[in-house]
Design a protein around this ligand. Structure first.
Ligand code: ADP
Ligand code: CDP
Length: 253
């Protein structure tokens, strides 16, 4: 596959055309930003940590019936994806109160949210991603009622899958953000699912294992991302292989 013209350079990733109309290349750069781009840095290996974790989560979701744009990795930083027409929504699922809902609403940090709370923001940096509601989404014609229902149901399914997967590694999924896009075969999960787009807490110590380490100068963020990658990808893959081998042995394959 050949990388073509740069289509878009965002805050942390660049999107390129390819010689295949239906596929794009997303390059995970080493840039990290927070507070609407108010804090910015370039940190060695950051792109590949997020690319590897995203690829792992996308594959896992695909195996469990959730359609995502992930096709394959080209190298450590570059991912081949389905070309989607992105829907300008940031779909956030929250299991525990933290971040903006604690700042903006009378929730005490760490309050469990059961059932999980879905918050949808309008993806528009110039407007600082204002929160939407269903009526606004429909009035703005961002999507149809059926699409909105599909988006919310998918977000909740992703939450169930990732919450359980992470819990097995001693990590609490506090909240995360998804983006969706329209492809030839319906609405699929796009963009990334990584330490940049999730809030993860160590289930035992409560330590932050995500971009909050960078936002609030809680320590060495790349050391944290490296550790999370080891815990999530390497340990889950090893456990997965063990399960498969055990199942094979059991079935006499
Ligand atoms: P931002 O736009 O927030 O600065 P990024 O730096 O992550 O974010 O840029 C990546 C861009 O690529 C985002 O605008 C995202 O919506 C877009 N994108 C992600 N996945 C796809 C896809 N499959 N097809 C087309 N665009 C995509
Ligand atoms: O981080 P902040 O407190 O400003 O925002 P939030 O609304 O509490 O974010 C909720 C979750 O969505 C966090 O895991 C963020 O990392 C993620 N998010 C994101 O990835 N991109 C955004 N533009 C906004 C939130």
């Amino acid at each position: 596959m050949k990388q073509g013209k740069l289509l878009y350079a965002g805050k942390a990733k660049s999107v390129y055309r390819t010689d295949e109309k239906d596929h794009l290349i997303v390059e995970f750069r080493d840039d990290i930003t927070a507070f609407d781009g108010g804090k910015k840095d370039t940190l060695k290996k950051k792109g590949r940590y997020n690319a590897e974790v995203s690829a792992f989560f996308f594959s896992y979701l695909g195996e469990h019936g959730v359609k995502t744009h992930f096709v394959r990795m080209l190298d450590e930083n570059r991912m081949v994806v389905e070309n989607l027409s992105m829907i300008p929504l940031e779909v956030i699922v929250r299991n525990i109160a933290a971040g903006s809902i604690v700042r903006n609403y009378p929730f005490k940090e760490k309050t469990p949210l059961r059932p999980p709370v879905i918050v949808i923001d309008y993806k528009d940096d110039a407007r600082h991603d204002p929160m939407l509601n269903d009526d606004l989404i429909l009035a703005l014609k961002i999507c149809t009622p059926a699409e909105l229902k599909k988006i919310k149901n998918t977000a909740l399914k992703v939450n169930d899958l990732l919450k359980d997967l992470l819990a097995r590694q001693g990590i609490t999924l506090v909240d995360f953000k998804l983006e969706f896009g329209r492809g030839k075969k319906g609405i699929w999960v796009g963009d990334e699912i990584s330490m940049d787009s999730m809030r993860l807490w160590d289930a035992t110590t409560g330590e932050s294992l995500d971009k909050d380490v960078y936002r609030f100068d809680k320590g060495d963020v790349m050391e944290t991302y490296d550790r999370v990658l080891q815990r999530i990808v390497k340990t889950s893959s090893a456990a997965g292989k063990k399960r498969t081998t055990a199942a094979r042995k059991g079935s006499g394959d």
